[in-house]
Design a protein. Structure first.
Length: 241
């Protein structure tokens, strides 16, 4: 009657190990990226020219504007100047010592004494009464240090994907570099104030709001820096060892 239970237990154990294995392999899959393809400007509806008019409705003529990007589909250059540095240090130490003595009580003017089995009667070197001593020492000490620094410089040209009601520009774009051993790409998106765009259609990456900047790669060089599937399985947070 016990064999079916043993077999079911083994099946549950194997199912749990397989679940951990597949979850460890799937946890390193990159999250889906947003669409960074360029946004094309809206198509204009052709209007029949009106005879005798100097300015036609189908012609985009603006006499009092500069050439800064401001419309959907316009391009501007983002100058990457990202530099971050962070450090953290923590140290904790706790000591506690306790010493408690309970004296031999007195009943009716006398302190009780007794002999334990196997002890010499009233041995002076042993505690043959109800006196108790409690002593405890506890010590805890922990220390942690963490530091991280990042730097990213370069340039990438993006397009305006949308114009918000307050006039801010939603920009996004990407740049792919194909090398002999793989591919590298830079992706960026965020919100730009038109006032921050220079006369040469350039803006610093530090002036982009809600910026999302991705710098990564594909190919042999990128795969060589990744942990193998078996190592990921043993480094999974669910693994108890």
């Amino acid at each position: 009657m016990t064999k079916p239970h043993l077999n079911s237990g083994r099946e549950l154990l194997m199912a749990g190990l397989l679940t951990l294995l597949f979850s460890g392999c799937a946890s390193v899959q990159p999250p889906p990226r947003d669409n960074y393809r360029p946004t094309m400007p809206r198509a204009y509806t052709s209007i029949e020219p009106v005879g005798g008019s100097i300015y036609q409705a189908s012609r985009d003529v603006r006499l009092f504007e500069d050439v800064k990007a401001r419309r959907i589909g316009d391009v501007l250059t983002v100058v990457l100047q990202e530099r971050t540095s962070a450090s953290k240090s923590a140290k904790t130490k706790a000591d506690k010592s306790q010493d408690t003595t309970v004296a031999n009580p007195t009943f009716f003017g006398a302190s009780p004494q007794f002999n334990l089995p196997g002890l010499i009667p009233l041995d002076s070197n042993r505690n043959n009464n109800l006196q108790q001593n409690l002593k405890a020492d506890r010590t805890f000490e922990g220390e942690a240090d963490s530091s991280q620094s990042n730097s990213l410089t370069g340039e990438i040209t993006v397009t305006i994907a949308d114009v918000l009601p307050n006039g801010n520009l939603v920009v996004r774009g990407e740049k792919w570099l194909t090398l002999n051993q793989g591919e590298e790409f830079i992706q960026i998106s965020g919100i730009v104030r038109p006032q921050d765009v220079g006369t040469n259609n350039r803006i610093l990456s530090t002036q982009i709001g809600d910026a999302r900047i991705t710098y990564s790669g594909k190919g042999i060089l990128a795969e060589s820096n990744e942990m193998g599937w078996l190592a990921r399985f043993f480094n999974h947070p669910v693994w108890p060892f």
